[in-house]
Design a protein around this ligand. Structure first.
Ligand SMILES: *Cc1c(COP(=O)(O)O)cnc(C)c1O
Length: 426
């Protein structure tokens, strides 16, 4: 008997054929909860829990000697995690360091790479980027004594959801010093063509950096090969590093050896750091971009998480992620076509990141109704619903259930019991 492709039985069949299905049990996933928010905060894996407890134990056991003793000596954690993370961004192992926070790392990178000189004084960004990035850019321009109105060039979106790469390239004029873009837009999930944009920037003598918050752990990267100058990201979304996980940054080998814009003693050459000299000797690796003492307990879960990512491989993760979002799109088109939803995400695979973005005027209250029914989506003002089925812990059955619940909420209009505005955290 052939299964109806819209049936639950078909979803179960897809799960039975899925080579990554076995990883779901490595995570703390609740029964009857369909977690579609791993692009905001990834779930805890048992391996991450274990490495966190191991590091807590090393504090208990060794006190200050934990810096150099135990399974994961603290003094080398940021560097060692950088080596483990490098394959995920397509970097050499001396190009990635796990340090700081996303926004803090962007400040460090702008302090290093934004050097307005002569006619080249402007920064090109896009109006859809995450606001924190735009705030950081504005403050760095101001620190140079320049006006943001004149020096921040924001490329406009033509449809409110996506950015046309050709408009970005047109903005790369000879008064531009630096371009900063997301690899994947946080709302629509659009993937920008990093290779094309990097090539265009470099042909015009412009430096380019990317915010990988939504792409790390979701899609493969080749930062080194395509020659991206710098990149930065958080590790608590697709990478499941936990709330407030220490972030990451990449600086291309071509720029290593330069003195970073902001100095701190953890950026020292490790053999010199405890000489405590007045003149700093920066590390010759990307480690030079660190500032102070790393947040050891917020680095710890990443050991377990990166081990899992390296075991499965980012290509297998991307492959399943696309299958999950394709499946979700098919079900939504079939089940929800009468309810006024529009896809805000690109439909083409090469431009679609790890989530679906549904646009609907009642999005805020639909999200509240979904949550009440066990689906965890996330709302993005004013009218967007992000749904991220995650390759390592979402099943095809989870996607099927999510769409059924959404369909029921729309069919019987239960969402109307909720107010259509966001909560404090959306
Ligand atoms: C999540 C996210 C951030 C978060 O910045 P933090 O400093 O970690 O709070 C920044 N940029 C983008 C594009 C994001 O998606």
């Amino acid at each position: 008997m052939e299964l109806n492709q819209f049936s639950r039985g078909f979803a179960e069949f897809l799960d039975s054929e899925d080579p990554l299905n076995k990883y779901k049990k490595e995570f703390y996933v609740k029964d009857n909860v369909y977690y579609m928010d791993g692009n905001s905060l990834g779930l805890l894996s048992k391996r991450s829990e274990k490495t966190l407890l191991t590091l807590l134990e090393s504090w208990k056991e060794y006190g200050i000697d934990g810096w150099t003793k135990g399974e994961y000596p603290w003094f080398y954690l940021s560097e060692n995690l950088g080596v483990m993370c490098a394959p995920l961004v397509g970097a050499n192992s001396n190009e990635v360091i796990i340090t700081g926070s996303t926004t803090g790392n962007l400040h460090q990178l702008l302090a290093t790479f934004y050097r307005p000189q002569g006619n080249r004084t402007k920064i090109v960004a896009d109006e859809l980027n995450f606001p924190s990035d735009l705030y950081a850019i504005q403050s760095q321009i101001t620190l140079h004594g320049l006006s943001t109105a004149e020096h921040l060039v924001l490329v406009k979106s033509e449809d409110g959801q996506t950015i046309n790469e050709d408009r970005v390239i047109e903005a790369m004029t000879d008064d531009v010093a630096l371009v900063l873009l997301p690899s994947i837009l946080y709302r629509s999930g659009q993937i920008l063509d990093m290779e094309k944009l990097t090539k265009a920037a470099h042909e015009r003598g412009i430096l380019i950096g990317f915010d990988l918050c939504h792409s790390i752990g979701a899609i493969p990267h080749s930062l080194h090969e395509i020659g991206v100058d710098f990149a930065f990201w958080c590790n608590y979304k697709h990478l499941n590093g936990g709330p407030g996980a220490v972030a990451g940054l990449f600086v291309h080998e071509n720029h290593l050896g330069k003195t970073p814009g902001l100095l701190g003693w953890f950026g020292s050459d490790k053999s010199k750091q405890f000489d405590l000299e007045i003149e700093m000797t920066p590390s010759t690796t990307v480690g030079a971009y660190q500032l102070g003492t790393p947040h050891i307990l917020s680095l710890a879960p990443l050991y377990g998480s990166l081990e899992l990512f390296n075991e499965v491989g980012i290509n297998a993760i991307r492959d399943k992620s696309l299958k999950l979002t394709n499946y979700m799109i098919t079900l939504i088109e079939h089940e929800l076509n009468e309810y006024g939803f529009k896809f805000g995400n690109p439909v083409e695979e090469q431009a679609r990141g790890g989530h679906i973005f549904l646009v609907h005027d009642e999005a805020a209250r639909i999200c509240k109704a979904l949550k009440e029914q066990g689906v965890v989506p996330d709302f993005r003002a004013p009218n967007g619903i992000r749904l991220a089925p995650v390759a390592l812990y979402s099943s095809y059955t989870d996607v099927w259930e999510t769409v059924q619940i959404l369909s029921a909420i729309m069919g019987d209009q239960t969402y109307k019991q909720f107010e259509n505005h966001r909560d404090v955290i959306a």
